[in-house]
Design a protein around this ligand. Structure first.
Ligand code: FMN
Length: 209
């Protein structure tokens, strides 16, 4: 599969089979991540491969509570999930399912960063700009191997617990939480992405006057 085909079909996958992902495959995804561009080649990234079922189950409970709270708030506002447009509804239902099934998700990669760039005066923005291209490389390399993934910010819903369970040092940022597995094709599959036509986002030689 070429890279364009991988990009064209790299949907966020939130329903997974339980089949494990071989360790060497996961290492291959980290290899892909570390090929990403990064500021001054400072490589201020670190990766946690999380497969421990007990830890995944504990995180699942906390993250589900937060997402459940969002769904309840929608219900209190009237209309609940039904009040959302179909795309948002599917996304929230998918996120709810993903959070609730994390114990069974074969692997989660946490993309973490160090604030080390520029060396004289390190800035937080460069932590994120280091980690996000690396995360995207993980998604594409996974897609190329038939492994589904979903870029999430689930870490933000349970960060103190996550740090304690995984012994993450205080000076390390947790930038992305990426569940990975073979897609449960009864529910989802890779396929075309819903995006605006490029004509809507291109500005030739600047914004039209
Ligand atoms: C910065 C960022 C944060 C995201 N956070 C979440 C998240 O917390 N939960 C989730 O289910 N998806 C999350 N997503 C995935 C987006 O919802 C998804 O990429 C978008 O809806 C487009 O879906 P598609 O790629 O399947 O077309 C996130 C994506 C990005 C880039």
């Amino acid at each position: 599969m070429d890279v364009i085909e991988a990009m064209n079909s790299c949907r966020a996958i939130r329903y997974f089979k339980t089949d494990p992902i071989p360790d060497e495959t996961l290492e291959g995804l980290i290899h892909a991540a570390t090929r990403a561009p990064n500021p001054g080649n400072s490589q201020g990234w670190e990766f946690i491969i999380l497969t421990d079922r007990e830890i995944k189950a504990a995180l699942s409970e906390s993250i589900s509570q937060v997402i459940g709270g969002t769904v309840e708030a929608l219900e209190e506002l009237g209309g609940g999930l039904e009040s959302l447009d179909p795309v948002d509804r599917r996304m929230l239902q998918g996120a709810q399912h993903l959070a609730g099934s994390l114990a069974d998700v074969p692997a989660i990669i946490l993309v973490c960063g160090r604030k080390i760039y520029p060396p004289m005066e390190p800035q937080e923005s460069f932590v994120w700009s280091t980690c996000y291209p690396a995360a995207q490389n993980i998604l594409l390399a996974a897609r190329q191997q038939g492994i589904g993934s979903c870029f999430t910010t689930f870490q933000q819903t349970c960060e103190p617990q996550l740090r304690e369970l995984l012994n993450i040092p205080d000076d390390i940022y947790v930038c992305a939480f990426i569940p990975l597995g073979y897609p449960d094709t009864d529910k989802v599959n890779f396929g075309p992405l819903a995006r605006k036509p490029i004509e809507e986002v291109i500005h030739r030689n600047g914004w039209e006057g």
